[in-house]
Design a protein. Structure first.
Length: 235
């Protein structure tokens, strides 16, 4: 006796939807070719400036925005702030693309809501991996990137005292937050504290919720702004 039941199939996940923002058409074309050629990713929009970017992102609701900083009119910093301020776009992750000459802007970009940053000469495979990383809710802030962020912070921000806002955190959540600020991954923090990666992720998530941080990148900024972590400190 044969069964008419169709074999179960594994659902295919929706592709990661990406918007490209750069004032140079050649760069957008190169990024489009790279992203569209990657299985599981698709470009759903482009913009040559920040103002147009906000309109495109509002309309398309992508998963990821690759955002240039220096553009005519509304720049990438302001566009990132506008996107991050819109609660309807809470699921959008902005990755800022910079040059080494633009390190001064990195802190403001993260502070404005960017999920992380990459230099424009990043290897293609690393850029694609970064897109998947932020969609998965992980941090783009490697130890090296965190050092750049801290240097930008130290240059532009005044020393801060421990803010009352941190009182909402448990001692363990503060400890985890300091290690996040040092650029450690969940797995590295878990090993350091002798807990599971899942437990570490829970502590990170709770700290983000309590402090109103959009993602791990903003958690790092908050750690330095409140004095929980200071420039020159390492885990």
């Amino acid at each position: 006796m044969t069964s008419d039941t169709a074999p179960a199939t594994t659902p295919v996940p929706d592709p990661i939807r990406v918007v490209l923002v750069d004032d140079q058409g050649l760069i957008r074309a190169g990024l489009r070719a790279l992203v569209d050629a990657e299985p599981g990713m698709t470009v759903v929009g482009e913009a040559p400036d920040g103002s147009t970017a906000v309109d495109v992102v509002t309309r398309e609701r992508p998963d990821v925005v690759l955002m240039d900083i220096r553009m005519p009119g509304t720049d990438g910093l302001e566009a990132t702030r506008r996107i991050s301020a819109d609660r309807a776009l809470a699921g959008v992750h902005v990755i800022v693309l910079t040059t080494f000459e633009e390190d001064d802007y990195v802190f403001e970009a993260i502070r404005g809501g960017a999920a992380g940053f990459l230099v424009k000469d990043t290897e293609p495979a690393e850029l694609l991996r970064a897109i998947r990383t932020v969609v998965a809710g992980e941090s783009l802030l490697s130890p090296g990137a965190t050092r750049s962020l801290v240097e930008a912070y130290a240059t532009h921000a005044k020393p801060a005292s421990l803010a009352p806002g941190l009182d909402v955190l448990t001692d363990r959540e503060r400890e985890v937050m300091r290690l996040v600020a040092a650029g450690l991954t969940n797995a590295e923090i878990a090993e350091r504290l002798f807990v599971s990666p899942a437990t570490t992720k829970t502590h990170v998530s709770r700290a983000m919720i309590k402090l109103g941080a959009r993602d791990r990148a903003q958690l790092v900024v908050f750690a330095y702004e409140t004095g929980l972590a200071t420039p020159g400190w390492s885990a």
